[in-house]
Design a protein around this ligand. Structure first.
Ligand SMILES: Cc1cc2nc3c(=O)[nH]c(=O)nc-3n(C[C@H](O)[C@H](O)[C@H](O)COP(=O)(O)O)c2cc1C
Length: 193
């Protein structure tokens, strides 16, 4: 289809065509001291050396969403990994709350102190990437948020020989609409030389 004139349906087309997507569960702290937490599935690794991740908030009805606004104001965020057991809580944190209310409390999640940034981590998350703002790039009605990974938390439950073990991390991915996928149905392919 020609993309001109189809902006309304393009969200569904793109979010159905680019699947499954990992979910960055991003915690930030606002200037008002409120801890914000929200899922973003337009998310990937931008660079390994230096370690940089990116996610792409689409503007809400009132412009920038809280997460990119907090990153713009404070320069810090944490990407928490969403596993099977946390999927329902993750979904709860995408609710629109009153100003001053934290998604941590709304979803009944514990905060854990971060090591090098101010926003707390999700205590229940097995992996968390503490990040500082590298760059925010406007792309029309979206903002690309690039963050330098400064510290990595890994729970022993999901590691083997101190490395994250994909066979132990039951991460979930986002499909389109309200559909998600589990990563427990795995298979292995050897790379050709
Ligand atoms: C699994 C999931 C993935 C999402 N991914 C995105 C995304 O990539 N970009 C986006 O703008 N909104 C995304 N959303 C919607 C935001 O989470 C939602 O607008 C949230 O209220 C934003 O919160 P904030 O204003 O506190 O940042 C997603 C929602 C869910 C449930």
């Amino acid at each position: 289809m020609d993309v001109d004139g189809h902006v309304g349906s393009l969200y569904r087309v793109l979010s159905s065509a680019v699947v499954p997507r990992p979910i960055a569960w991003v915690s930030t702290r606002g200037h008002d001291g409120v801890d914000n937490l929200a899922p973003y599935s337009f998310f990937t690794v931008a660079s390994v050396d230096p370690p940089v991740v990116l996610f792409a908030p689409v503007d809400g009805a009132d412009g920038l969403k809280d997460t990119p606004r907090n990153v713009a104001e404070t320069g810090e965020f944490v990407v928490n990994l969403v596993t099977d057991d946390l999927a329902t809580a993750m979904n709860e944190t995408s609710a629109t709350l009153h100003a001053g209310e934290s998604e941590f409390d709304h979803a009944g999640l514990e905060r854990a102190d971060s090591t090098v940034v101010t926003p707390p981590r999700v205590a229940e998350a097995r992996v968390a990437l503490e990040c500082t703002r590298r760059e925010l790039i406007d792309i029309g009605g979206s903002t690309l948020v690039l963050g330098d990974v400064r510290y990595v938390h890994m729970n022993e439950d999901v590691t083997t020989d101190r490395k994250i073990d994909v066979e132990k991390v039951d991460a979930v991915g986002r499909l389109a609409g309200s559909w998600y996928t589990k990563t427990t149905d795995r298979f292995s392919l050897e790379r050709p030389p």
